[in-house]
Write a protein that binds this ligand. Structure first.
Ligand code: AMP
Length: 215
């Protein structure tokens, strides 16, 4: 089974995708993670993407389509994948259709996480992750049980994304509204879109997603 998780930054796509990875053995394909890895490694893609990402804009379709297509060719993607943060434009949605057609794959569900944008700024600006295992935390909603120590792996180094500040978040939301939300009808016409209340608790969101996948 292959899914697309849609929703503005901070809607919970990454959280739900990591849960599905743990619980169902699916593969999370986050173009944001791929781009951040490229930036950290200083590759040509990373160098081209960094300034755009820091400003909360969208990296070019050409770059993002290229990295996603390569990633889809890895054998683990055949176990079922979750697209987290892709497609984000009409051009990407069309490119995805073409890529999947070539590879003999398809999207089974598109899950749109519906959220209140003002609340999201608060959610995003407080989030941080363990630098070793990637476990997610939040300044107000989920601090490590022992200060400065990851609950999962015991690591002591934590990191915050450079683009998780209020002004960049607003820009990322504007991009979502202008360029990403308009691709939803592309999938509605195939009858595969489900809307989930992303403001509900993490467990409730998980329950709604599971009900869709298991229907
Ligand atoms: P994310 O981790 O999904 O919030 O993405 C972080 C940033 O990476 C975005 O604000 C964009 O600058 C860039 N990015 C990630 N995925 C895409 C995409 N599919 N198309 C264009 N830019 C992307």
């Amino acid at each position: 089974m292959n899914l697309i998780l849609l929703g503005p930054p901070g809607a919970g796509k990454g959280t739900q995708a990591s849960r599905l990875v743990k619980e169902r053995g699916m593969v999370q394909l986050s173009t944001g993670d791929m781009l951040r890895a490229a930036v950290a490694a200083g590759t040509p893609v990373g160098l081209a993407a960094k300034a755009v990402m820091d400003a909360g804009g969208l990296v070019s379709d050409e770059i993002v389509n290229g990295i996603l297509s390569e990633r889809l060719d890895q054998p683990d993607a055949r176990a079922g994948f979750i697209l987290d943060g892709y497609p984000r434009t009409d051009v990407q949605a069309d490119a995805l259709d073409a890529m999947l057609g070539d590879k003999g794959l398809q999207i089974d569900h598109v899950i749109e996480l519906v959220v209140d944008e003002d609340a999201l700024v608060d959610r995003i600006t407080g989030r941080f992750t363990c630098g070793s295992c990637g476990e997610g935390y939040h300044d107000r909603y989920k601090l490590p049980k022992v200060a400065d120590t990851c609950d999962v792996c015991g690591g002591h180094a934590f990191k915050r994304r450079a683009d998780d500040n209020a002004s960049t978040v607003r820009q990322r939301m504007a991009e979502y509204r202008a360029k990403t939300a308009p691709i939803i009808p592309h999938y509605q016409s195939r009858g595969i879109v489900a809307r989930v209340d992303g403001m509900a608790s993490m467990d409730a969101v998980a329950g709604s997603i599971d009900a869709i996948l298991d229907a």
